[in-house]
Design a protein around this ligand. Sequence first.
Ligand SMILES: Nc1ncnc2c1ncn2[C@@H]1O[C@H](COP(=O)(O)OP(=O)(O)OP(=O)(O)O)[C@@H](O)[C@H]1O
Ligand SMILES: [Mg+2]
Length: 260
Amino acid sequence: MSPTKDAGLRVQGLQMRYGAQTVLQGLSLPLLSPGQVHALIGPNAAGKSTLLRGLAGLQAAQGQVWLDGEDISGWAPARRAQRLVYLPQSLPTRTGLAVFEAVLSAAMAGRRGRSADALTQVESVLQRLDLIELASRPLLSLSGGQRQLVGLAQALVRRPRVLLLDEPTSALDLYHQHLVLERVRQEARDQDMAVLTVLHDLPLALARADQVLVLDQGRLLAAGPPAQVIAPALLAKVYRVDAVVGDLAGHPALAVAGAL
Ligand SMILES: Nc1ncnc2c1ncn2[C@@H]1O[C@H](COP(=O)(O)OP(=O)(O)OP(=O)(O)O)[C@@H](O)[C@H]1O
Ligand SMILES: [Mg+2]
C-alpha cells in the first residue's frame, strides 16, 4: 500500500545533520497513528530532539514526511505549525505574560474562530491540567514544573493533528507526570490526534504509552507495544543497565539492579 494512504504521520528516510555530524541517517518510523500516544525513548544524544525539530520543520531535514497522506516535507514551519504543534525540551523564560494570557495567545494563534470559544477552551485546558488557580500569575513567578504544565496547556489548546512533546514531564512531580500523560492520552483519543512524546522515564512509558519507539545513535532499534519493547535485553543493549521488568499488582513494573 502506498504510504500516502495512511491517516497519521509517516516518516521515511529522514536525514539530519549538524555540519559534518550526521545525526539521523535515513530514519524511517512505523506509522504514528492518530488517537495514540507514541513514546520516543533512547539515551542522551540519540537524536530524539533533533527528530522532533525536523518533524516540526524547525531544522533542515532530507527525506519524506506525510501527514494524513499528504507530503508535507516541503512545508515551511508556519504552515506545519497549523497541524503539528511542537513543545520543546526547554521553554522560553522571558515573558511578561500571565498564565491565562499565555495560553490564550496560543489558542488565538492562526485561528479564525470566535474568541469567545477560545476563552472557553483556555479555561477548560487550565482546569484539566490543574492550573486554574494559577491563571492570573505571571509566568515568571512560577516554578519549573508549573511552567512546564503551562507549556503543555499552550500546546493542547491549539488542538493539533499531531502533538510533538520533548520530555514534557521532566520537571514534574509523580502526580503531575501521570496526570499529564493521562490527559494527553485522553486528548489523543477524543480529538483523534497523534502524539509523539520523548520520555526518559521508562516506567511512565510502560504505563501510559500505546507504542514505544527506541532511538539509539540516530537509528530505530525497536518499536511496538511498551511491554514488548521495554525488555531486559533491550535495556542492557541500549541503556547498559541490568534490569528486570515484571508485573506488580496488575501494573507493569521495572527495577534496575545496576549499571553494566
Ligand atoms: N545545535 C546543535 N549543534 C550541533 N550539534 C548538536 C546540536 N544539537 C544537538 N546536537 C548533537 O546532535 C546529537 C543528537 O542530539 P539531540 O539533542 O537530538 O539528542 P537527544 O536524543 O534529544 O538527547 P537528550 O536525551 O540528551 O535530550 C548529539 O550528538 C548532539 O551533541
Ligand atoms: Mg533531547
